[in-house]
Design a protein around this ligand. Structure first.
Ligand SMILES: N[C@@H](CCC(=O)N[C@@H](CS)C(=O)NCC(=O)O)C(=O)O
Length: 81
C-alpha cells in the first residue's frame, strides 16, 4: 500500500499524482486539509510539507516530489520483458 499525503492546489502533489496515474498506482491519498491528517504527517515525517510518500512494503518514507517520482519510477514502473 502506497500512502501519499497531499493538499488541494499543490502543484508538487499534482506532479506525483500524474506519475502515479502513468504507472497505474492507486495511492491511499491523505489530505492535510484535515488537521488530524496534518498532525499525523508531522508526527511521521517531522514537518508539514506535501507531497509525502509512505511505502509500507519497503519501509520507506520521503518528502520531495522529484525524489518521490524517481522512487516510483524505479520501483513501480511496469517492466516489459
Ligand atoms: N520541494 C518540495 C516542495 C513542496 C511544497 O512546497 N509543498 C507545499 C505545498 S505546494 C507545502 O507543503 N506547504 C506547506 C503547507 O501547505 O502547509 C517538493 O518538490 O515536494
Amino acid at each position: 500500500m502506497l500512502t501519499l499525503y497531499v493538499k488541494d492546489g499543490c502543484p508538487f502533489c499534482a506532479k506525483v499524482l500524474a506519475v502515479g496515474r502513468e504507472l497505474g498506482i492507486a495511492f491511499d491519498e491523505r489530505n492535510i486539509a484535515d488537521p488530524s491528517v496534518a498532525a499525523e504527517l508531522v508526527a511521521r515525517g517531522g514537518k508539514r510539507q506535501v507531497p509525502y510518500l509512505v511505502d509500507a512494503a519497503r519501509d520507506t518514507e520521503m518528502y520531495e516530489s522529484d525524489d518521490i517520482a524517481r522512487y516510483l519510477r524505479e520501483h513501480y514502473a511496469e517492466r516489459v520483458v
